[in-house]
Every structure is written in structure tokens, then in C-alpha cells.
Design a protein around this ligand. Sequence first.
Ligand code: SF4
Length: 257
Amino acid sequence: MVDFNSGVTMLKPAANNPATRPTLSDSLVASTHQKTTSVLALLSDASSEFGDNKITFANSFGAEDMVLTDIIIRNALKIEIFSLDTGRLPAETYDLMSETEKHYNTKLNVYFPIAENVELYVKTNGINAFYDSIELRKSCCHMRKVEPLQRALSGKGAWITGMRAAQATTRASLPVREFDTGNQLEKFNPLSDWSEQEVWAYIRLHEVPYNKLHDQFYPSIGCAPCTRAVAMGEDIRAGRWWWEDPTSKECGLHVKI
Ligand code: SF4
């Protein structure tokens, strides 16, 4: 059973997380510009290699994904962008989705879970059954994230993520390009070597919309019931499924088989 009174759960989030407002030193600005140039070159090459409608970017509206969204749209790259709506996202994420539509004058391409699957899961297990066991947590993630992702990736040759190596122990050796054996297509992680500071430098320099929960010490944001604020200096993904072992905390979107 989940202990709702343990560790970081007692933090009262305040909207003053200094990580989202790094000092824009000359060296930070220079490294951010240099890495942006590299990402643009990589995405342009990937777009040419896979062609129209065959390469797609999964935008989960985290800070990294907003950087990639901005690079793709600002440079009119021929890369489709899609998102997953699990039905349990925080209100702040829906606010950002709406803000993104307005900022880029676009409409989102959103995949939802299959309604019958959600109805059966809730009827069988309960509305918040993901707290009851790792199996029920993983089956909820599969139903609300993995299955819609598989539909979004169907027929594609490659997909792009905003993952960074420094985000979690499970991502420490993240390559820029790899073959995704689980989904049987190429996978690009263009921000693999970016630091958190560089991500926020890009967002500030280009005035990119972002999720306001980041200012409240939520460095990684998923579904509302499975995401908490973290303490200063704590692991970036410590607030995701905070009751589980850090070495197994992935939702199934990025597992290797
Ligand atoms: S993060 Fe939580 S609510 Fe969201 S799909 Fe996974 S278990 Fe379900």
C-alpha cells in the first residue's frame, strides 16, 4: 500500500524552483546554442532519411519535449508531433496543451486510451488501483500509455523522444540513436547529452511555453496521481511513482526487450 505521508510527500510546493531559471552565463548560452545546432542537424537528417509521415515525435509536454517542439515548429521540419492523453493528467498539463496550440497556431494530435479498456479496468480493480500493486500500476500504464503509443507509432519508421541520460538511472547510457526493439523502429533521443540547465536556458532564451508545475519542483510530470514534487537536489524522477524502486520506474514507453 502506498504511504502518502512519506518523504517528499510532505513538501509544500512553492513556485520558485531555481532550476527553471538558470543564470544565463555566456558559457551556458554558448553550449545551449551549440547543442541546438546539433539537434537541428540531427532532426533535419532524420526527417530526410525517413521522409514525410514516417517519422514522429512524442510530445509529453515536459520541459525537454517543449524544447523539441519549438525546434521542430520553429524550423518547419517535416516531423509529425503527437501526444498521449491518459485521462489522468494534471490540470496544468491541459493548460499547457492549450497554450501550445495558441503559441504555435496549431491543433494537437492526441491519442487517448480505448474507452472500453479503461471502463473494464476501473470496474474490475477500482479507480485508483495503480496504488495497490506494481502489476496494477503497470497494467494501468499499458492501457493508458503503451497501447495508445503503439497506435501512434503504427506504420512509422522512426520516433523521437525528449529523454536525457541524466534524468534517471534507467537512462544513464541513453544513445542519441538506437533501434527500439520493443516497437520495432528507429528511435532518436536528440537531447540525450543535454543538461537540465541547457534545457531551461533554451526555454528562457526562446520564450517557450512550459508546464507551470516545473516551477513548483516537479521536474518530471506524468499523470496527476502518480507524480509528486521533489526536494532540492533529489533525483529528477524521484517524484514519479515515488513508492517504487528507482531501478524499475518506467511506464513501459521506453523499456527494452
Ligand atoms: S502514470 Fe499512473 S495513472 Fe498514469 S497511466 Fe501510469 S499508473 Fe495510470
